[in-house]
Write a new protein. Structure first.
Length: 310
């Protein structure tokens, strides 16, 4: 494994788009350690790029080029250890299909912040699975099963639709009509530090029977309707994230007072990235300008239009 690759000859390239949670309700803790969730997920144009290099390495290798930008202080060695989800996905696919037979070399151009509630690791792994599935025949059911073994968010990145209602531990997905969303342009704001998902859920304090010191919904109707979805911006993990990182309150307050005012805003997943939703692209540019000089990572983006799996 290597930390960089200055020049390369590519054989294939796959976009690995970020996701946000437009709403998230934590219903209960599961015996398998995951949590039962209900919420709305959105795939964004912002993303990493995974490139299969035209090389014949002696062993599987992942090179990395960081394009995240300040204020993050991330070392390549933090991202490409043996527990990297891309390498896990490669091993899982090979164990199931026997392909690819030869070791492979990949370059990851990383633009999604790490441990930010944006699904960076899961989308990178899903991009690898999609890439392999285009070369070596595998059923969609088998591909989804592999994705779920990699991570709870991973199956979402196999959907064509950029919006989905997510239930279970995030693997039960139903397309959500984009026309029901008031806007498709967003500003992402991250104060520049990381939040581990496991720590945020632990802070929530749920037990297997759904009891918690935090007020969260403990049951769900047998059939979820659009009306029963949490509202845009509602996120049960906001409280625990604020307890772990009180500095997040400053970001939240700044978004609440933005001019132009967002249609909705909230924390994505376990954070610490916030999103603000707008109806016009020009509004995102103005919002970014209003957030300049605060030392935060600020990025305008929009909902994806890329059908990632057909």
């Amino acid at each position: 494994m290597s930390a960089g690759h200055e020049s390369f000859s590519a054989t294939m390239e796959e976009k690995a788009e970020a996701k946000i949670n437009l709403s998230l309700k934590v219903l209960s803790k599961r015996p398998d350690g995951y949590h039962n969730l209900l919420g709305l997920m959105a795939r964004l144009v912002l993303g990493d790029s995974l490139i299969w290099l035209d090389e014949s390495p002696s062993e599987d290798r992942l090179d990395l080029r960081l394009e995240i930008g300040p204020p993050f202080n991330v070392e390549p060695s933090d991202l490409i250890g043996t527990d990297n989800l891309i390498l896990k996905a490669l091993k899982a696919f090979r164990d199931l299909t026997g392909q690819p037979k030869e070791p492979a070399a990949f370059l990851l151009i990383k633009r999604i912040p790490v441990a930010a509630g944006l699904g960076g690791g899961s989308t990178d792994a899903a991009a690898l699975l999609r890439m392999l599935a285009s070369l070596y025949p595998i059923s969609l059911k088998a591909l989804r099963s592999l994705a779920l073994k990699i991570g709870a968010d991973c199956p979402f990145f196999l959907l064509v639709n950029p919006l989905a209602i997510a239930e279970g531990k995030g693997e039960k997905l139903r397309p959500f009509p984009e026309k029901l969303l008031p806007g498709r342009y967003l500003v992402l704001v991250n104060p520049g530090f990381q939040l581990a998902t496991s720590q945020v859920f632990q802070q929530l304090g749920l037990t297997f029977d759904g009891h918690s010191s935090n007020k969260v919904t403990k049951s769900i109707a047998p059939k979820t309707t659009l009306a029963s979805l949490p509202l845009l911006g509602d996120n049960d993990l906001l409280g625990p994230a604020l307890e772990l990182r009180p500095a997040l309150a400053e970001v939240r307050e700044k978004l609440a007072s933005l001019d132009p005012k967002p249609l909705a805003f909230g924390l994505s997943g376990s954070g610490p990235t916030f999103w603000a939703l707008y109806g016009q692209e020009s509004e995102t540019i103005r919002a970014c300008q209003a957030l300049e000089g605060l030392g935060w990572w600020v990025k305008p983006t929009c909902l994806s239009t890329l059908p990632v799996y057909r």
